[in-house]
Write a protein that binds this ligand. Structure first.
Ligand SMILES: [Zn+2]
Length: 304
């Protein structure tokens, strides 16, 4: 059903409310799911906030969040009286800005600067009344259902939502981008992200919706191709780290300055924190595999 949203995408009971700049950060693609009894809004974006809410002033019966990141709840403050639900793993982020910032785990300077941006630009308001869902929960909207599939890695509570009646899966920040998986927060985990990518290979849907970048990928074959390309960034980063260490021992600080996640010219307040955390997860794994060893403040390739 056409809602009158700019660039909306109609998938039957699911409407993709495409964000500005095709959902590029800081915007994103929100999803409205409507049954005969209730309508749920997933991840209210900054575009939803800029538009002043949903088309026609519609108020959803609940807001579902895929995870606790600033761009996924930028429109939440418009719906202060509407119940909000999030996976228990990310629940604490809605208690207060301080608890929210713990999810990122940035160094104090960047954390304070980013917290101010989250409040001003992304309209963060605490929602201590937030409710939780867990893996396998199903929301019945009246002839239309939303299934919660826990998909950790990006954050601890990150969740994929499947609407079987629309043959649609909303992937949140498993965004199928060329950048690849983001696991740069304290709440992120590389090994969990890889298990989540495995889980996604088996999602039973025909339309795959991402918050950023792709928007909607239709067709399982197209989706699986995009998913493999997305996942390949993990191996690419790991190979680059090994190649760098092959030239000689390096400190973590040197590796952060070299950049393995962002390109060297990218200026983001949180870039160094993200590099440190992401490279650290790769190093943890390489050390546990016996391929890299720490030695006196340096990391080096293990002698064959
Ligand atoms: Zn995110």
């Amino acid at each position: 059903m056409q809602k009158g949203w700019p660039d909306e995408l109609d998938l039957g009971p699911v409407t993709v409310l495409t964000g500005r700049d095709r959902g590029a950060y800081p915007h994103g693609n929100s999803v409205l799911v409507e049954g005969s009894d209730r309508a749920f809004l997933i991840d209210p974006s900054l575009t939803v906030h800029r538009e002043g809410g949903l088309p026609g002033g519609q108020v959803p019966d609940a807001v579902l969040l895929s995870h606790c990141h600033e761009d996924h709840l930028a429109g939440l403050s418009l719906f202060g009286d509407v119940p909000v639900l999030i996976h228990a793993g990310d629940r604490q982020g809605l208690d207060s800005i301080d608890r929210f910032m713990e999810i990122y785990g940035m160094d104090p300077g960047p954390s304070a600067a980013f917290a101010a941006e989250i409040i001003e630009t992304f309209h963060y308001r605490p929602r201590p009344d937030a409710l939780t869902f867990t893996d396998g929960d199903v929301f019945d909207l009246g002839g239309v259902t939303i299934e919660a599939h826990h998909a950790p890695g990006h954050t601890r509570g990150h969740t994929v939502f499947v609407v079987p009646e629309a043959r649609a899966a909303y992937l949140g920040d498993i965004d199928l981008s060329g950048f690849g998986p983001y696991y740069g927060d304290t709440w992120s985990d590389l090994v969990s992200f890889e298990s989540t990518i495995d889980m996604c290979r088996n999602l039973d849907a025909e339309h795959f919706i991402t918050f950023h970048h792709k928007g909607v990928v239709s067709g399982r074959t197209q989706f699986l191709t995009a998913l493999e390309r997305f996942a390949s960034a993990i191996d690419r980063r790991e190979s680059a780290i090994l190649e760098y260490l092959a030239a000689g021992p390096r400190t973590l600080a040197e590796m952060v300055a070299h950049r393995f996640i962002y390109r060297p010219h990218v200026e983001l307040v949180f870039a160094d924190s993200v590099e440190k955390r992401s490279i650290g997860l790769h190093l943890d794994r390489l050390v546990s595999q016996g391929r890299v060893e720490p030695a006196g403040g340096y990391y080096r390739l293990t002698e064959a």
